[in-house]
Design a protein around this ligand. Structure first.
Ligand SMILES: Cc1cc2nc3c(=O)[nH]c(=O)nc-3n(C[C@H](O)[C@H](O)[C@H](O)COP(=O)(O)OP(=O)(O)OC[C@H]3O[C@@H](n4cnc5c(N)ncnc54)[C@H](O)[C@@H]3O)c2cc1C
Length: 386
């Protein structure tokens, strides 16, 4: 079998690694537009529940990823300038996105995968340049702006819409002791910062505001530099003088595109990760969802006895229900954030934290009591979680 994977992000590299480890005679090649040492974003969260699946799929890369993950033990949520802190129940933490990709690349290359760096594909016709025009399977692992998806938009029955909130993915050299979400009102606007350390030198710092705030404070008329300075001012108590860093992105502030595809495959073409369904960053699971897709597609292709069409059909059939659960959680989460101004104006800090913790519908009171007993005492005392 010959598999061409467009995109060397978490889903593409992981899929290549899983396929080539178990089927060394297959041709598995990855095409990545960036250089090996370049990527977007800073650190990403890898929660424990996701890590377990990675362990079952490939123990070696799991060990390397676990070792490079900086564990998070505490979380703080600040609403109305009242911090509510609690211990996190499960293992997990954050990893520099670049380290994650380098680990996957190293393990993929050891298994025999060829990765073509600095090769941007504009359409499937470009596969010929790399001798991959006759691939049995062409995987769109090329993220939110997938060219594979765009080329066959009708076949995949793609839909997309854009959320109202605006966000920016920054880094900072301040190494925070606990991961935190700080909801803050500023000049009548509603802002939130979500930050966590991902190495001994750096933290991720995601800033967000709702659309009404964007208009009210005329953020749209500001330069990226001015918006960054404004965030440094609003979150000065947390940053304590450390500057924000915007990386190499040209456009820092964006609105999140919600992308869905009614069909996951079109002929020999198949989508995984953000190309298939963009997972909102507020659930901190986009990377693991993308890697889960890779696991499911690898298993389906490896089990299909060379019948690629049957493998692709099995991928969609078997994986859709579990993917849908996580994407559903992502949807409920971003809908909550879209109304965050209303929640910030309405709820006490305790009520707010309770609403936040239960926003995706995946956590109920029983699970909260079991996993966050200390937090429940605090919320219970306030009468908000009874
Ligand atoms: C602000 C923010 C914070 C986030 N925080 C987290 C977090 O804490 N935890 C988490 O798990 N997830 C987080 N995510 C989500 C996570 O980054 C994505 O869900 C994940 O990277 C998806 O992986 P992927 O492999 O599908 O796509 P990507 O990671 O987007 O990888 C796609 C790859 O394809 C390459 N590519 C694209 N087009 C082409 C082309 N035409 N030719 C060749 N190569 C191409 C790109 O260069 C890229 O390397 C966050 C996202 C954002 C925006």
């Amino acid at each position: 079998m010959k598999v061409a994977i467009v995109g060397g992000g978490p889903s593409g590299l992981y899929l290549a690694l899983l396929l080539k480890r178990r089927a060394p005679r297959w041709t598995v090649e990855v095409i990545e537009q960036n250089a090996a040492d370049a990527t977007f974003g800073f650190g990403v969260v890898l929660a424990d529940s996701g890590l377990q699946q990675l362990r079952e799929a490939d123990a070696d890369s799991y060990d390397a990823l676990s070792e490079a993950t900086r564990q998070h033990q505490h979380q703080i949520i600040v609403q109305a300038e009242t911090p509510i802190g609690f211990r996190l129940p499960v293992k997990g933490g954050a990893i520099p996105r670049l380290t994650l990709l380098q680990i996957l690349e190293q393990h993929a290359e050891q298994a025999g995968v060829v990765v073509h760096y600095r090769e941007r594909i504009e359409s499937t016709a470009d596969l010929a340049r790399l001798g991959l025009q006759d691939a049995d399977v062409v995987v769109g692992a090329d993220g939110i702006n997938s060219v594979i998806r765009r080329e066959f938009e009708q076949g995949f029955a793609t839909t997309s819409n854009t959320l109202g909130n605006h966000f920016a993915w920054y880094g900072t050299s301040k190494v925070f002791a606990a991961s935190a979400l700080v909801f803050r009102k500023y000049q009548g606007g509603h802002f939130v910062a979500h930050y966590y350390a991902y190495s001994d030198e750096m933290s991720t710092f995601v800033a967000e505001c709702d659309d009404a705030t964007w208009e009210r404070l005329a953020l749209g008329q500001m330069t990226e530099g001015q918006r960054q300075a404004l965030m440094e001012e609003i979150f000065a108590p947390e940053l304590e003088g450390a500057p924000l860093i915007s990386g190499n992105a040209r456009v820092v502030w964006r609105q999140f595109p919600v992308i869905r595809n009614a069909h996951w495959t079109h002929g020999r073409h198949v989508l995984v990760g953000d190309a298939l369904a963009s997972a909102h960053f507020s659930i901190g699971s986009g990377t693991r969802i993308a890697m889960n897709d890779a696991i499911a597609l690898a298993e389906a292709l490896l089990a299909c006895n060379g019948d690629a069409g049957a493998g692709l059909a099995a991928y969609e059939r078997t994986h859709r229900p579990s993917k849908q659960k996580l994407i559903g959680a992502s949807e409920r989460s971003y809908l909550w954030y879209e109304r965050m101004g209303q929640w910030m104006d309405t709820y006490s800090p305790e009520e707010f934290v309770y609403q936040f913790m239960t926003r995706t519908g995946r956590v109920n009171d029983e699970r909260l009591r079991e996993q966050y007993p200390e937090l429940m005492v605090r919320l219970g005392r306030a009468g908000s979680a009874a």
